[in-house]
Design a protein around this ligand. Structure first.
Ligand SMILES: NC(=O)c1ccc[n+]([C@@H]2O[C@H](COP(=O)([O-])OP(=O)(O)OC[C@H]3O[C@@H](n4cnc5c(N)ncnc54)[C@H](O)[C@@H]3O)[C@@H](O)[C@H]2O)c1
Length: 328
């Protein structure tokens, strides 16, 4: 991400309300909005985020307010006219949403309703950060937005997958019934600095193991595929989706269609960390999707968006930041 330079807010600066502001993606979005001259109000209960992620934003004393609150409960926000509501608050990694299963369902149901109501009150544009997990273990490949998905509603991942699907349905109803200006972004695996080091996802797992000179843990035989988008690209996609005039009521995939097997990915990380690859195989977790890859034609056409940062460059920046964190 570009370093954020201080820029005072103009009197008529757009006002953005961001939930999950202390999280990985939310904090990068906040930095970018400040860079664009927005006045930003960030909400978070820090159940998976951290205040350190907002170090940079908090130095924008006049343009950024942080409010520690649970968006599922009743809460107060500064008395401003909000132009944009960005709803990102939800645990997002399998480790977090298993630990916080019911909290995840509430953030995506009651939390989403609370944020939609604020958007409605202010006639603000609303963006829901949904997920590729809405496709479950997909039987269509790559996944276009028109695919309805293959989700186990009773499985261990359902607290996340199904509550995001509920959030999508609720968002669509606010758009239909109240003509609220909404868009739903299905985010695919995003990586970069500020990811939690121990959240169990493949990027931090592999990088930390490689930096410690340990064997890399591969679940299953490593033939399952994933695609990875760098956080600056993801934020650019979110920004375009919110600001473009042609996204009202739309659902759009934002991810990287370049696909790697987990084993290929392990080899790349080992090479970039300068270690010889040793792998330990462990059983696949339940409902782990065999393939996950976005069809991004809609993002290309509607937003003129596609990923710009190569995997090697993005990983190099991420490895750097993790190395720094491991030393601290
Ligand atoms: N990172 C990815 O690869 C990815 C992929 C798909 C979807 N997403 C979606 O993007 C959003 C952000 O994901 P992330 O990777 O930054 O996760 P994250 O865990 O780093 O950030 C989520 C933030 O939401 C906050 N939060 C959770 N419940 C809350 C509540 N009830 N009230 C207030 N704050 C709450 C957490 O404390 C955290 O700071 C999530 O909605 C997630 O589902 C992310």
């Amino acid at each position: 991400m570009p370093e954020v330079k201080h820029k005072s807010c103009q009197i008529n600066a757009p006002v953005s309300l961001v939930t999950g502001a202390g999280g990985f993606l939310g904090s990068h979005l906040v930095d970018r909005l400040l860079l664009e001259g927005h006045r930003v109000i960030g909400l978070d209960n820090l159940c998976t985020g951290s205040l350190e992620n907002l170090d940079n934003a908090l130095s924008f004393k006049n343009n950024f307010n942080y409010i520690q609150t649970d968006i599922v409960e009743s809460f107060k926000i500064p008395d401003l006219k909000y132009d944009f509501v960005w709803h990102l608050a939800s645990p997002a990694s399998p480790v977090d949403y298993r630990r916080l299963s019911i909290e995840t369902m509430l953030a995506n149901s009651i939390g989403t309703k609370n944020m939609l109501d604020i958007a409605l009150k202010h006639s603000a544009k609303f963006l829901l950060a949904s997920t590729s997990e809405a496709y479950g273990d997909p039987q269509v490949h790559p996944q276009p937005e028109t695919y309805w998905g293959n989700v186990n509603s009773l499985g261990e991942r359902a607290c996340y997958d199904e509550s995001k699907r509920f959030a999508e349905a609720l968002t669509c109803e606010y758009c239909r019934r109240y003509c609220l200006d909404t868009r739903i972004i299905r985010i695919f695996n995003t990586y970069g600095p500020r990811m939690q080091i121990n959240d169990g996802r493949v990027v931090p797992n592999f990088i930390c193991q490689a930096l410690r000179g340990e064997s890399l843990t591969v679940y299953g035989d490593g033939a399952q595929t994933r695609s990875f988008v760098y956080v600056a690209d993801e934020v650019e996609g979110l920004l375009r989706a919110m600001l473009s005039g042609n996204t009202r009521g739309e659902v759009i995939n934002i991810g990287n269609p370049e696909e790697y097997t987990i084993l290929e990915f392990a080899k790349i990380i080992a090479r970039l960390c300068g270690i010889e690859l040793n792998v330990v195989y462990k059983p696949l977790p339940p409902d782990d999707p065999a393939k996950r890859c976005p069809d991004i034609n809609k993002a290309r056409v509607l937003l003129g968006w596609e990923p710009a940062v190569s995997l090697e460059l993005g990983l190099a920046a991420t490895i750097d930041s993790f190395a720094h964190e491991l030393i601290m």
